[in-house]
Design a protein around this ligand. Structure first.
Ligand code: NDP
Length: 246
């Protein structure tokens, strides 16, 4: 059990793989309860079976659908009685040069990475304000700090996540212990490179991840650190990357 984490209820979007999945494991091992959301219900159900129904619940939904996000958060509160934190984690990374004009991917990236996060805030903030406490954790990236030539849209969404999070922090500070944390990882070994479809870029990204991506436990530990602080301490941002990443 980890101090200040035991019995906390944490809602996680994008919990069917990668960072969300691994964080759910670390949270339950630290004594928390987790409400898991994603589109692949089979993966969520397998994770609930692993973690135990007394510790985890699953909800199928697409974060680009506002009603689905509202239903997920409402279901989580009904099941667990409260929401201590929400990890706004679902995301895609369709890297490609703008000149390839992959407009469907531009739309998808903005819809999942930005609108999905806004819908999550819209769903959970009234609950946290009513409770008088809560912590929102956002997943930006090193790509939310520096741009690269194939990352125009992805970087824009991850810079945007940081802007939304910091604006939220300023909006809610002083209204009870409402905390805001930005997590900005570098390359972490997950399914994410699979969302890079552009020819040439996919191979390059997979090559870099094969070279130096670090385990998802690195991210999960940063979430545990931010969540385990006493109520008066707000860890605003954690930026980390593989030692050999630029
Ligand atoms: P994964 O591809 O392993 O996981 C992405 C998760 O998001 C999955 O659970 C997926 O679930 C979910 N997801 C994607 N689209 C939707 C959608 N429309 N509705 C609901 N859920 C969706 O990648 P990661 O774990 O690496 O990514 C998690 C976050 O971390 C992302 O925001 C990513 O940008 C960020 N990040 C990752 C880094 C890395 O190197 N891995 C580095 C920096 C940031 P499903 O398909 O079942 O819906």
């Amino acid at each position: 059990m980890t101090e200040n984490i035991k019995d906390k209820v944490v809602v996680i979007t994008g919990a069917s793989s990668g960072l969300g999945e691994e964080t759910a494991r670390h949270l339950v091992a630290s004594g928390a309860k987790v409400a898991l959301g994603a589109r692949r219900l089979d993966k969520l159900n397998a994770l609930v079976a692993e973690l135990g129904v007394e510790n985890a619940s699953a909800f199928e939904g697409d974060v680009t659908n506002r009603e689905a996000v509202e239903a997920f958060v409402t279901d989580a509160r009904a099941k667990w009685g409260k929401i201590d934190a929400m990890l706004h984690n679902a995301g895609v990374m369709p890297l490609a040069p703008l000149a390839m004009k992959r407009t469907d991917e531009w739309d998808r990236c903005i819809d999942v990475n930005l609108k999905g996060v806004l819908y999550g805030i819209g769903a959970v903030l009234p609950i946290m304000q009513e409770q008088g406490y809560g912590q929102n954790l956002f997943v930006s990236s090193v790509a939310g700090h520096v741009v690269n030539p194939v990352g125009a849209v992805y970087c824009a969404t991850k810079f945007g996540v940081r802007a939304i999070a910091e604006s939220l922090r300023q909006e809610v500070k002083g209204h009870g212990p409402l905390r805001t944390t930005i997590l900005s990882p570098g390359a972490v070994d997950t399914e994410l490179p699979g969302s890079v479809k552009a020819e040439g870029v996919h191979e390059a990204v997979v090559g870099l991840y094969d070279q130096y991506a670090i385990p998802a436990s690195s991210f999960a530990r940063s979430v545990i650190f931010a969540l385990s602080q006493p109520a008066e301490v707000d860890i605003n941002e954690i930026l980390f990357r593989p030692t050999s990443q630029e």
